[in-house]
Write a protein of this length. Structure first.
Length: 437
């Protein structure tokens, strides 16, 4: 059934039409709940443009079960939800979304009582959204995480509940209009609750910022945030992934990612915005482009908890005070840097597990309890700030095999090339000492 205005859309739903084609742009005065198995799609108008459905003061389309939405532009106020889950039955079935541009959050939150859902997304651009008002937030490591412009969240505490997800050709925000909140958010209910399993997630460009006031230490965001109880088998970023504000991580994992491929720049402009931070299990991470951070205390790569089995990086460059290039606090496998690890800053404030602390802008820092099985650097390691050590291994820090192509450089006043504290361990220490001399 073809519809060209809001009244015709409501009439089609009242008549239980299961396939509705939107042929004209129109204003909607209130949100619409799609009955189970209802499909809504747009038909290009005579000028080739897809129709726009503009929800004046409300959320947009609510989902129930086995719904499809495609070939549409959907606009709601940025603080509302363009698409949201309203389903309550145990098995929600399969949802398919394709060729959509939306203003407002794309939100699929599965709650207690619903146990299964399959979601397939292809070609979705969330143009603008503001998710700061949504209170369903993961809480761990002393922080809360804001939801994303695209949020897939299993909020059912039942450990047997599961969302299966496939998502590709995802874009969020624009370079000059980042979304507010996180960008892509995929998560389950805590460490032992409902789960999300994703075969593949593929993004194009993501631009996000939390608009978090400076000094707030217990709220964070992520341009891409894989939260606990989420498992992604293949995660690929084809375009730039960028954050702008305070505590805005770029790539963050509390869950599990088997293969993580970064084909374009990872950039953080704000204070305490880490390029890649891992608290979960990442088996294989490959960054073919540089990770760059510009704000104070904005580190390049941080391993706080969990582990990274193998990481391959292009280059890591930080520019702010307190902005460490690489910091490892737990055991990881192999880290290979094909380019350089460089920092420009001195000592500065940085957010660490919900607490602001002062840190020097080390190039590589291995903390007590941190261990690297194999660290290989093909380019240079350098720092430019005052009172900074380029290569720093604390008491209790370990590097089983350390291979450098050049001697680390520390050009700032009262700075050091390297320091291995008493109680630290370098497996090939004699070879390293000879090289550094």
């Amino acid at each position: 059934m073809k519809v060209s205005n809001f009244n015709e859309l409501l009439a089609a739903l009242a008549m239980k039409e299961d396939k509705i084609e939107v042929v004209r742009s129109f204003m909607a005065t209130h949100s619409v709940i799609l009955p189970p198995k209802t499909h809504v799609g747009g038909i290009a108008q005579e000028n080739g443009k897809l129709p726009i459905i503009m929800f004046e003061h409300s959320d947009g389309f609510g989902l129930t079960a086995d719904n499809q939405i495609h070939d549409l532009i959907i606009q709601t106020p940025v603080t509302h939800k363009a698409i949201f889950n309203a389903g309550t039955q145990e098995d929600l079935g399969t949802f398919e979304f394709s060729n959509l541009k939306v203003t407002g959050q794309f939100s699929f939150i599965m709650r207690n009582g619903s146990r299964n859902a399959n979601i397939k997304i292809d070609n979705l651009h969330v143009l603008s959204a503001d998710t700061r008002g949504y209170l369903e937030q993961p809480q761990k490591y002393g922080v809360n995480v804001l939801q994303g412009a695209l949020t897939i969240y299993n909020f059912n505490p039942d450990a047997s509940s599961l969302i299966r997800l496939q998502a590709k050709n995802i874009s969020i925000g624009t370079e000059f209009n980042p979304v507010t909140g996180s960008g892509l958010f995929v998560g389950g209910f805590g460490d032992n609750g409902g789960k999300v399993e994703a075969e593949e997630i593929q993004t194009d460009t993501i631009y996000s910022t939390g608009r978090i006031p400076y000094g707030v230490a217990d709220i964070i965001t992520g341009a891409v945030f894989i939260v606990n109880s989420a498992h992604v088998k293949q995660l690929t970023h084809k375009g730039p992934t960028v954050t702008y504000g305070v505590n805005d991580m770029v790539l963050d994992a509390w869950g599990q990612v088997d293969n993580w491929l970064v084909e374009a720049p990872v950039i953080s402009y704000g204070p305490s915005g880490v390029g890649f931070v891992n608290f979960g299990l990442v088996k294989n991470f490959v960054a073919k482009s540089a990770i760059e951070t510009y704000g104070q205390g904005a580190r390049g790569y941080n391993q706080y908890d969990g582990t990274l089995e193998e990481g391959q990086f292009d280059s890591i460059r930080t520019y702010g005070d307190g902005s460490i290039g690489i910091q490892v606090s737990k055991r990881v496998g192999s880290i290979h840097i094909n380019g350089d690890v460089t920092t420009q800053g001195s000592i500065g404030n940085s957010l660490v597990k919900g607490v602001n602390v002062n840190l020097p802008a080390y190039a590589l820092s291995v903390k007590d309890g941190g261990e690297i099985n194999n660290f290989t650097l093909k380019g240079k390691m350098s720092t430019a700030g005052d009172k900074v050590t380029a290569l720093y291994v604390e008491d209790g820090g370990k590097i089983q095999q350390l291979d450098l192509s050049t001697v680390p450089q520390a050009t700032g006043t009262n700075s050091k090339s390297h320091e291995f504290l008493e109680g630290s361990y370098i497996g090939n220490l004699e070879q390293v000492k000879e090289f550094l001399s």
